[in-house]
Structure formats: structure tokens, C-alpha cells
Write a protein of this length. Structure first.
Length: 338
């Protein structure tokens, strides 16, 4: 099997799960939302009030059944390791991804804290509704922040276009960040040209005036941290820990695509520093738009409307919710748009 297929499957297995929409009647719906809130209260109490929960925070997509896809993981990771070992054993073999670190800032100069909201580099919080499209909202939010950091302009990009036109058939039943390759090959569409419908649709011809230069994944397994790109041979092993890579992405591009475990306490989160350590695979895509070393937390932007968290944003403790397992950075050059 080709390496790029292995890499795509890896991202499916450890990043954002399929979100299957469930048919639930009104009675069951009320009971399940009550159960979510009751569970959230119990978890919050165990954490001694470090964060708050509210039934009003529970999103419309609460009924989506998130199923992490973990098949083939061991075999795929071993294939990646073999590719890295092959490159390392050939001193004269060119590493096609060697120059990618030029996109990063010097990690020794990372600020102790950053919040791109204060610099007006973050677009408003949106709502994915009942569609399992967190992956599309996180992908476009990353791109919007990258554009804002380079140009100072807040551009509202279309999640619906990404749902309709991505190359891998992803939609309201779930997806993952490799969909951003549409932004690299063809470009992004404005929200005004393709408004969100919270449903799968047909790809339409629209102006595509914003293109990313490239993108990279960061993936951590039990043995190492890897960086992978859109091309089959763009994979390398790094000594930099993934937490630092996420910080570098935030500083350089305004955000980093990440994933969290959206359990009951996360769905009902309404404020404070969320510090529940994930015990299950991540299953919901969000972006990090800042961090604080003194407070020891990430600042995330969600796609569950402003009723969730702190007006749609959240503060997630370092090491909590599975955040520091994988990341995605988009590189945007201002001269790449027409």
C-alpha cells in the first residue's frame, strides 16, 4: 500500500472520528441531554470547581455518535517508522521535507502567552448545527486565522464548500483535516458564495481566491513525533515535542488544528479551565488560537455556537482532553491569493 494512503488512514484513526447522526425521538432526547448534564456535574465536582458546566452549553450535535476509527493503526505506524528508518539509513538521500522548518519561528523565542483574539486575528465563533462537520469548521477556521495573520483581514470562508467539494467524500457523517488539501490545490470559497446548510451537498463552481501554500500534520505515537505533508514522501521524524510544535504553529500561523475527546463534561463545559484528562481516543476537531504558560492552558475555538464554553471558546489545561497528541498547521502566503 502506498505511503500516502497509510498516512491518510493514520489521520482518520487518531484525529477526528466519524460522527454518525442518530435518529432520536423527543423523549429520548430530553432524557439523554439530562444524562449528559448529570454526568458533567459529577465530573466537574471531582475536579473541585476548576471548570463549570451548564445544560445550556450542550450543543445541537450532542446526539452525533462519535466513533473513533482505530483499525490498522499498528500496521500503519510501523510503515511510517520503516520509511523514517530508510531515510535515516541513507545519509545521501535527500529529505524532501527538510526545508519545511523554515516556516516555523525559532522555538526559543516562543512567547510565554499569546491570544490571537486580542489582536483581531480570529473570526467569530460559528455553529455546525446537527451536522457532524467539526472537521470542516476547524479546517476553515485554521485557514481564516492564517489569512488574518498574514494580511490583517478577517475572511469568512465556506465550510459548506469544503463539505461538498473535498476529495475524500467527507461530510456530515464525519471527516478529518486532510480535507485541507482542497485549499492547497484549488483554494477556498467565501461563505457568501456558498452559505452553510448543515447538510451534505453537491460541489458547485465558485470563485476560489484563497489558497494555502502547504500544510503539515504532527503526529505523536509511543515511540516518536512525526511530521507529514500532502505528498507521499513528505514525512520525517522530529526531536521537537508535539506541545512545542502546536505552540509554534499558533505563533506562526495564528492557530493550530487539534482534536479533543468530547465527553459529557466537555459538551456541557461553560467556563473555567477544563482539566479532564482523556482516557479514550479524541473525536472532535477544534483549533487552538492561543496559550498561557503561566495559566498552563490552551485557548481553543469550537464550532458549537457562543452558548458553549466562554462565548464559544474554551481554556483547556495542558495535557487535558487529548489535545497534545496531534496537530495540523496551514501555511498561507499573502501573494498566493488572487
Amino acid at each position: 500500500m502506498k505511503l500516502h494512503l497509510f498516512m491518510n488512514l493514520i489521520m482518520i484513526s487518531v484525529m477526528i472520528s466519524a460522527e454518525e447522526r442518530c435518529s432520536i425521538n423527543a423523549g429520548d432526547s430530553t432524557a439523554r441531554k439530562s444524562e449528559i448534564y448529570e454526568n458533567a456535574v459529577k465530573i466537574a465536582e471531582k475536579h473541585q470547581g476548576s471548570f463549570q458546566v451548564s445544560p445550556a452549553a450542550i450543543p445541537e450535535s450532542w446526539s452525533n455518535k462519535r466513533i473513533p476509527i482505530r483499525s490498522y493503526l499498528a500496521g500503519m505506524i510501523e510503515e511510517v517508522r520503516q520509511q523514517v528508518r530508510l531515510r535515516n539509513s541513507s545519509p545521501n538521500r535527500e529529505n524532501p521535507d527538510q526545508g519545511f522548518n523554515t516556516f516555523f519561528c525559532d522555538q526559543t523565542r516562543l512567547p510565554a502567552e499569546i491570544d490571537w483574539r486580542k489582536e483581531n486575528k480570529v473570526t467569530p465563533v460559528k455553529s455546525q448545527g446537527t451536522c457532524g462537520s467539526c472537521w470542516a469548521f476547524a479546517s476553515t477556521a485554521c485557514f481564516e486565522s492564517a489569512i488574518a495573520c498574514k494580511t490583517g483581514k478577517l475572511i469568512d470562508l465556506s465550510e459548506q464548500d469544503l463539505i461538498n467539494c473535498n476529495y475524500e467524500g467527507m461530510g456530515c457523517d464525519g471527516g478529518f483535516y486532510t480535507a485541507v488539501d482542497l485549499f492547497r490545490k484549488e483554494g477556498g470559497v467565501l461563505e457568501s458564495d456558498e452559505p452553510y446548510q448543515a447538510a451534505n451537498g453537491t460541489c458547485r463552481k465558485n470563485p476560489r481566491n484563497y489558497k494555502i501554500t502547504t500544510w503539515r500534520w504532527y503526529y505523536k505515537d509511543t515511540q516518536a513525533v512525526y511530521i507529514a505533508g500532502p505528498e507521499a514522501d513528505q514525512i520525517s521524524q522530529t526531536e521537537t515535542d508535539l506541545k512545542t510544535l502546536i505552540k509554534m504553529s499558533i505563533v506562526q500561523s495564528g492557530s493550530c488544528g487539534i482534536a479533543v475527546k468530547a465527553d459529557d463534561s466537555f459538551m456541557a463545559y461553560s467556563g473555567g479551565i477544563y482539566d479532564v484528562v482523556a482516557t479514550e481516543p479524541t473525536d472532535h476537531g477544534v483549533i487552538a488560537v492561543g496559550y498561557s504558560d503561566s495559566g498552563k492552558y490552551w485557548i481553543i475555538k469550537n464550532s458549537w455556537d457562543t452558548t458553549w464554553g466562554e462565548e464559544g471558546f474554551g481554556r483547556i489545561a495542558y495535557g487535558a482532553a487529548g489535545i497534545e497528541d496531534i496537530g495540523c498547521m496551514l501555511v498561507y502566503q499573502s501573494d498566493s491569493s488572487s
